[in-house]
Design a binder for this molecule. Structure first.
Ligand SMILES: Cc1cc2nc3c(=O)[nH]c(=O)nc-3n(C[C@H](O)[C@H](O)[C@H](O)COP(=O)(O)O)c2cc1C
Length: 355
């Protein structure tokens, strides 16, 4: 039986007057002539029962048509199959890197000729809060073991205010403190620091692609709202970009997770893809942005635990609503993959079961 079908990882799009077919797994791209496109469509709708011709053989050879039995087994939906293959790199390594010296620092070297984008500056400024100075010494001297053991996801917050000093310490430990050894290491190896930043969490690009937005709900002497965090002359600044933030707004954005009430504040991690595009423009970079946010989130949770604060995390929200809340909906290069809610819980309460 000659029955063929379009490969299930085949993606077809239009580029000007060209039709482009991409086989997602191999990432091979073809400009497809109309006769070939018609043939793919015929096989797709089972209208073809004639003998295989040269067009069919070409399409089979390049993985565009396949036998149904060759379908890649996948229980996720079709879009997730495209995401799966596009994020992975199935290409063969070029001969010349095999057996060569390590590719240590190659990534930053690669970026040397690139123009590193300016740090994102939010155009809205409804007010400025300068946070009190903080240092690593403001984190209680408790053991890593105790911190690891105390971190747990909390879904029962008390609505108690936290102090601006606590917020400042949390932000300092995650986003202001700079690992000078990282920069020294670059200069020892004669590498230009570009805009490299070394925080407490590692960074895929070395550029710390994450902007930080803080949603204030219950912080002493601080107006509620959404703030963009930035550093100015090494001072921690919160720039208010919106007044519209409340428990109800957060619960609606996070798909009705009504345990998101009573938080003191929320840290929104916002990926700036302009920084990733300096290094790679592929879908893999997109996946790596999520990974990077995960690393930062873990540190935010651990520092919160050390400060005696509880945390709740989520990546489950309506992106359209969230982007409006953060007022980033007009910036295509920005998106929020993850957030950490921080606040006080009842000391005796443990996290409810969540699945
Ligand atoms: C990537 C990620 C996404 C999560 N999303 C949610 C979420 O949407 N809502 C929620 O209440 N908890 C969420 N959690 C928390 C998990 O439910 C929680 O970590 C898990 O139940 C284990 O509990 P523990 O954090 O107390 O160890 C998420 C955790 C991770 C790592």
């Amino acid at each position: 039986m000659n029955k063929l079908v379009p490969a299930n990882d085949l993606l077809i799009y239009f580029d000007g007057s060209d039709t482009v077919a991409v086989v997602s797994k191999s990432k091979r791209k073809f400009r497809v002539k109309k006769s070939y496109l018609d043939r793919i469509s015929e096989w797709s709708s089972s209208r073809s029962n004639k003998e295989l011709d040269q067009v069919d053989l070409d399409l089979v050879k390049n993985g565009i048509l396949t036998r149904k039995s060759d379908y890649y087994e996948w229980e996720g939906d079709r879009e997730s199959l495209f995401a799966h293959f596009n994020i992975k790199d199935y290409s063969n390594p070029p001969e010349e890197i095999i057996g060569k010296d390590s590719i240590k620092y190659k990534s930053l070297e690669f970026a040397k000729d690139k123009i590193v984008p300016e740090k994102f500056r939010h155009p809205n400024c409804l007010g400025i809060v300068e946070l009190p100075p903080s240092s690593m010494n403001d984190i209680p001297d408790i053991s890593l073991r105790d911190v690891l053991q105390s971190r747990m996801t909390c879904r029962d917050f008390r609505g108690k205010s936290c102090s601006i000093e606590e917020l400042s310490t949390l932000l300092h430990a995650n986003f202001q403190w700079e690992n000078k050894a990282g920069l020294d290491n670059l200069s020892k190896n004669n590498l230009s620091p570009l805009n490299a930043v070394f925080r407490t969490a590692p960074s895929a690009t070395g550029l710390q692609m994450h902007e930080v937005f803080v949603g204030i709900l219950n912080v002493e002497n601080t107006e509620n709202g959404i703030y963009h965090y930035r550093l100015e002359s090494n001072k921690q600044i919160l720039q208010r970009v919106s007044n519209d933030f409340s428990d109800d707004i957060l619960i609606k954005a996070t798909r009705g997770q009504d345990w998101a009430k009573g938080l003191s504040f929320v840290i929104f991690l916002v990926s700036d893809m302009k920084k990733m595009w300096v290094k790679t423009r592929t879908a893999k970079g997109y996946g790596v942005a999520y990974l990077e946010a995960g690393h930062i989130s873990q540190n935010v949770q651990l520092v919160s635990s050390a400060l005696g604060l509880n945390t709740w995390i989520t990546g489950s929200f309506f992106d359209k609503i969230l982007e409006k809340i953060l007022v980033i909906d007009n910036f295509n290069h920005l998106f929020c993959p993850f957030l950490v809610g921080v606040g006080y819980s009842h000391p005796s309460r443990v996290a409810e079961v969540f699945c």
